[in-house]
Design a protein around this ligand. Structure first.
Ligand code: TEU
Ligand code: CA
Length: 553
């Protein structure tokens, strides 16, 4: 397997809007990122992935781009960006941008032109179809943000496709001029010296020509069979690789909702000439009675099986990306761990151990290294995210489900859980802003914040720092072969990694119970690489405390 920097990297995701505000307007910005680069260097991460910072009306907080080569007004200027990039590179930090090219904003000049007339030169940049009439779209597909995936446009009495909000019209990738525009823009950013791209819903860029109704799920038809892993997606990505990606020493990670291990080997195969790795979502897509809106926890054997499949089926053929959360997911310790005060820190460290000892490049979402938790939402007016606002409307205000029934489900999964400001210290607004934050700061910032944790060697922060440092010193963490143990256990996640004649054992107790554990013979007497609490790992029979995690090598 060829060794490369992005296989050995730990990537830190920044959601700029909530990371650090430098000018007191309550909105995070690029100068704010620059002011925190030393903190990120101290943590030890290698790459920063910035969620979109381009010009945008912020219908979907920057994932609706109106100018790919200008910086969002609220985030600052291109000079601010150039300074941040230079300062990051000075510290040996690489910067990966978020490439959102499945769709643009409806305020992008391409769409403003496209909607003007049926023969406009930009018409075919987007996906326009006749409906049955002004009230009946071309088919039953639903948008990810509720409602139909088709928006009627009076000017030309036709519908345009938007798999996300109606202000996010899907681009027509079958149009080679669109592909050229995108590749030219990517080249422009690479020539500025960025270090790669995270590619938003890149598995959706090729749609089938035929657009039949999809199987009905909650309220609308499912577009997936016609819009995910479409007929030309790999052809377009090979073209992107040949015309842009292959010309630079950059990293690429595709966000590929719906991807399977088989499909992932096409997107991110060692010799696919497409992308370096992909995000898979099986471990975060445990849908329930209201689709994604569900507060149930995973049955551990099912969760372990997902990770084991990805670890074993990609090994030696494609590269895994590892994450517990991001800006679209609830906070890891609340969802997969236990955010009750007595267990929050130890379970956050257990989750970090479980993920960082697996094969693949680990991603840390801003605040995860602090053990930040979900937000205690009390009422729907506190939501800022279009997905949550629309879902509450579609499920509750429509009368479909009672507030009492739906509320625990939506607050468990709302993307706003991850979008509350990073908690820097115990001062007003957690040191995020001197103004009023665009979204409320989690009231637990007085106990959970970077200032307290960087000063405490036993903090979640220092545990992440140690895990990141271990990766630099132990190639087995990067390149070792994963093998599961105790697959039937509903309490323990246990696996080994093997590289040449070296072997490590990872043991994680996912419960708040004490569990008896027998150290496998070959590991008795081995040294402890890391543990989230004190225990005598030299003995054969030990008792694991709640959320105890340790690694022997
Ligand atoms: O997310 C794509 C995506 O699949 C999301 O709808 C995700 O599955 C869902 O939010 C989980 O609840 C990407 C970006 O990460 C997201 O922030 C954007 O809203 C979306 O694309 C549209 O650009
Ligand atoms: Ca600001």
């Amino acid at each position: 397997m060829n060794k490369t920097w992005w296989k050995e990297a730990v990537i830190y995701q920044i959601y700029p809007r909530s990371f650090m505000d430098s000018n007191g307007d309550g909105i995070g910005d690029i100068k704010g990122i620059t002011s925190r680069l030393d903190y990120l260097k101290y943590l030890g991460v290698d790459v920063l992935w910035l969620s979109p910072i381009y010009q945008s009306p912020n219908d979907d907080n920057g994932y609706d781009i109106s100018d790919y080569q200008a910086i969002m007004d609220e985030f600052g200027t291109m000079e601010d960006f150039d300074e941040m990039l230079l300062e990051a590179h000075k510290r040996g930090l690489r910067v990966v941008m978020d490439l959102v090219v499945n769709h643009t904003s409806d305020e992008h000049k391409w769409f403003m032109e496209s909607r003007k007339s049926k023969d406009n030169e930009y018409r075919d940049y987007y996906i326009w179809r006749e409906g049955k009439d002004a009230q009946t779209p071309p088919n039953n597909w639903g948008s990810c943000f509720s409602g139909s995936a088709w928006q009627y446009d009076e000017q030309t009495a036709m519908y345009y496709l938007h798999l996300f909000s109606k202000k996010q019209p899907d681009l027509n990738w079958d149009n080679e001029t669109v592909r050229k525009e995108v590749f030219d823009m990517m080249t422009w950013w690479c020539d500025k010296g960025i270090d790669g791209f995270r590619m938003d819903v890149i598995s959706m860029i090729s749609k089938t020509k035929e657009i039949p109704d999809g199987p009905v799920t909650e309220f609308y038809g499912d577009y997936s069979p016609y819009c995910i892993h479409g007929p030309n997606v790999h052809r377009y990505l090979k073209e992107m690789n040949e015309k842009v990606l292959s010309k630079y020493d950059i990293m690429t990670v595709g966000e590929t909702p719906g991807v399977t291990t088989e499909e992932a080997k096409k997107y991110a195969g060692e010799d696919s000439n497409e992308l370096n790795m992909v995000f898979q979502f099986e471990h975060v897509d445990n849908h329930g009675k209201y689709g994604k809106w569900d507060d149930k926890k995973w049955q551990l054997t099912k969760l372990k099986n997902i990770f084991t499949r990805w670890q074993t089926e990609l090994y030696g053929q494609a590269w895994n990306s590892l994450f517990w959360d991001n800006h679209d997911q609830p906070r890891a310790v609340s969802r997969f761990g236990d955010d009750r005060p007595e267990f929050r820190e130890v379970s956050a460290k257990m989750l970090a151990t479980c993920l960082h000892m697996m094969q693949g490049s680990p991603y840390i979402y801003q605040g995860e290294e602090l053990g930040m938790t979900n937000y205690p939402f009390q009422k729907p007016e506190e939501f800022r995210d279009i997905e949550s606002v629309n879902a509450y409307q579609e499920w509750c205000l429509s009368g479909e489900v009672s507030h009492e029934e739906f509320w625990p489900c939506i607050i468990a999964r709302s993307r706003d859980n991850a979008r509350t400001p990073v908690q820097w210290d115990a001062s007003d607004q957690a040191g995020f802003t001197t103004g009023t934050p665009w979204i409320a700061v989690n009231p637990n910032y007085t106990e959970i914040n970077a200032k307290a944790e960087t000063a405490d060697p036993n903090s979640v922060f220092h545990y992440y720092k140690k895990l990141i440092a271990l990766r630099k010193e132990n190639p087995i963490m990067v390149y070792g072969k994963y093998e599961p143990l105790m697959e039937d256990s509903e309490e323990l996640f246990v696996y080994t990694r093997t590289l040449d004649d070296q072997k490590l054992l990872t043991v994680c107790n996912f419960t708040d119970q004490e569990i008896a554990f027998t150290i496998p013979e070959e590991f008795v007497g081995k040294s402890c690489l890391i543990a989230n609490m004190e225990n005598d790992y030299g003995k054969k029979e030990i008792t694991l405390r709640p959320y105890e995690a340790f690694v022997l090598i």
